[in-house]
Design a protein. Structure first.
Length: 253
């Protein structure tokens, strides 16, 4: 799902949060002082995974969205949210045990525990087959749905956000330069190399802007691509970068 951002003034972008609810609250307090009517605010995904306060992070995102008036807000789906969706239907995976282990190694362990799941239960469920695994994921889904607004938030996330003027494209972590925007599929989450080797403008966009670098090399700006992920890990700092509609960086907090 693509959501177009009608950006005519400033665009504030927030990179991967990774379950850092307390740090997010501090950043929101700073943003509250900076945001003015007509601004846009976009979160670039990876709210879940790795960190200690994942459910609290989603609660804070919902709280701040409700508290903001006159500001257009968009939320991207990150790799962590994509994996969580896949975990909740893992009974249909070709190799559920291998898929689950890979997910656990890439941050979903923390999300599973945050919503009442126990990773140690999974291997026995997989060995027992699809029906038993489906019962397990049904319980996980019901636990998740018991958190007010979280299910709706997850399924309302955008895969990418272009600006209405066609100059900026916001993504979670990657892009496939060889596929049109509408056919990127998993590239937004897994094709980091495509983003990092972008050698020509992607479609009409002047810049592709991402919010997560799995290699944790920090933020950087290239002629065609901008990474705003300043964290060195799930306990790293959290920032917000302010762009004008043409992609120039105005401010960073």
């Amino acid at each position: 799902m693509l959501i177009t951002l009608n950006a005519t003034k400033r665009i504030w972008a927030v990179p991967a949060i990774l379950g850092q609810a307390e740090v997010l609250r501090e950043l929101h307090a700073r943003l509250q002082e900076c945001l003015v009517p007509g601004d846009c605010l976009i979160y670039l995904g990876n709210y879940m995974g790795f960190g200690p306060l994942i459910a609290e992070t989603v609660d804070e995102l919902l709280r701040f969205r409700a508290a903001c008036t006159g500001v257009e807000i968009a939320h991207l789906r990150g790799a962590q949210e994509e994996m969580w969706v896949k975990l909740l239907e893992i009974q249909w995976a070709m190799r559920p045990a291998e898929t689950f282990q890979w997910m656990m190694e890439h941050g979903v362990n923390a999300t599973l525990r945050a919503y009442g799941g126990d990773p140690s239960e999974a291997p026995a469920k997989f060995r027992s087959g699809v029906v038993v695994t489906a019962r397990w994921t049904t319980v996980l889904r019901e636990n998740f749905q018991s958190y007010s607004g979280h299910y709706e938030f997850l399924h309302g996330l955008a895969s990418a956000v272009p600006t209405a003027n066609g100059k900026l494209l916001f993504v979670n972590a990657g892009i496939d330069p060889n596929k049109p925007l509408e056919m990127q599929n998993d590239a937004f989450w897994w094709n980091a190399k495509g983003f990092e080797t972008l050698a020509a403008p992607f479609e009409s966009f002047d810049f592709v802007i991402r919010g997560y670098d799995a290699a944790r090399r920090g933020g950087r700006s290239d002629p065609l691509a901008i990474c705003i992920d300043t964290a060195t890990g799930p306990t790293g700092p959290l920032s917000a970068t302010c762009f004008d509609p043409d992609g120039a960086i105005i401010e960073r907090i």
